[in-house]
Write a protein that binds this ligand. Structure first.
Ligand code: TYM
Length: 338
């Protein structure tokens, strides 16, 4: 089949409250790319269950993420939005790719090491280790050229590329080798309470993350408490002692698209309190209209379900085609001839 536009695929786990890290590192980019690429955006519920999830929460968060995709500006007429578990080809190619994944590659993944370290060793699920193979399946099923993600997914993308190359070498050209698409500003938003750790939706502490659905006064409370330093100097920096201020500047930059020099000039002679107030204002200006749209979508479950059903149908056509090809290449006997 002749593809007119290159393809993009990305996804977010419905494993907690989406943060401004998810928005600035991923979602915001997706909205920009939706005209230039043929886009597939999934809600990766099967990845979420690699750590224990409460069923009620998983159900609610899956819809919540879908509504946030729409509220952020993804247009279901132009892009395909779907739930990963609605397209069984993901699980099927996931298994095939698990069988192709050297254990050494999987054990090397820093996200596996970090997440496994947070659990008792004998209760770490096998799914957590195999997580990158399922992510590779998500991407390769759509023959995606580009994968817009935050910086923390770089290693998983490398894994996907290596695995695809290995498969192609063993069985003949089957998969497009995808590229990571990582934004210049906002690819790694850090925790407000601990600017040396990535802002994460699964971190429990109250002042760690700004959530996309936080009310304006909550955003203010969190940002005003953000950890800074005692240098009293507002400039971009990679020094760990200045990570808090650098993080606030990064958030400001990701929301305003201004250059480092312009931002530093803007804050020249001002204090950290002014910087924080400006960050609060930018975040709330962005989140307020988004939250209004979110409230409309989340209160229309029928509409949301219809979008997800249409999305799964469209995604299945593409995914099934690649799955068949991969199975055929490997020597599976396909049902009904071909
Ligand atoms: P997840 O759900 O952890 O995060 C979703 C997206 O948000 C980005 N992100 C961040 N960006 C900047 N700063 C942060 N603090 C921050 N935290 C998260 C992530 O990089 C990601 O782009 N493994 C993926 C989900 C996944 C996927 C895929 C992604 C499954 N299959 C296929 C792309 C393609 C994950 O855990 O994302």
């Amino acid at each position: 089949m002749e593809q007119s536009k290159k393809r993009v695929l990305s996804g977010i786990q419905p494993s907690g409250n989406l943060t401004i890290g998810n928005y600035l590192g991923a979602l915001r980019q997706w909205v920009v790319e939706q005209d230039s690429y043929e886009c597939y955006f999934c809600i990766v519920d099967m990845h979420a269950i690699t750590v224990q999830q409460d069923p009620g929460s998983l159900r609610a968060k899956t819809r919540e993420v879908a509504a946030l995709y729409l509220a952020s500006g993804l247009d279901p007429e132009r892009v395909t939005i779907f739930v990963q578990s609605h397209v069984p080809a993901h699980a099927e190619l996931g298994w095939i790719l698990i069988c192709q994944s050297p254990l050494g590659w999987l054990y090397r993944m820093t996200q596996f090491k970090d997440k496994a370290a947070k659990q008792q060793q004998d209760s770490v699920g096998a799914g957590l280790l195999n997580y990158p193979a399922l992510m590779a399946a998500d991407i390769l099923l759509y023959q995606a050229h580009a994968v817009p993600v935050g910086d923390d997914q770089r290693q998983h993308l490398e894994f996907t590329r290596d695995l695809a190359q290995r498969f192609n070498a063993l069985y003949g050209d089957t998969f497009i080798i995808p590229e990571a698409m990582i934004p210049k500003a906002g690819a790694r938003i850090m925790g407000l309470d601990n600017p040396t750790a990535k802002m994460s939706k699964s971190e429990a502490s109250e002042y760690h993350a700004v959530y996309m659905l936080d009310a304006p006064n909550m955003v203010k409370k969190k940002v005003m408490r953000a950890v800074t330093d005692s240098f009293g100097e507002i400039r971009f920096s990679s020094e760990p002692e200045r990570a808090g201020v650098n993080n606030l500047l990064t958030i400001y930059q990701a929301l305003t698209n201004q250059s480092n020099a312009d931002i530093e000039e803007h804050f020249a002679g001002k204090g950290y309190g002014d910087l924080k107030k400006a960050v609060v204002e930018q975040i709330n200006n962005r989140l307020q209209p988004l939250q209004e749209k979110y409230n409309r979508y989340i209160n229309e479950p029928g509409y949301l379900d219809q979008i997800l059903a249409n999305g799964a149908e469209r995604a299945s056509v593409v995914a099934e085609k690649t799955l068949r090809l991969a199975k055929e290449r490997m020597g599976f006997v396909l049902p009904n001839g071909k």
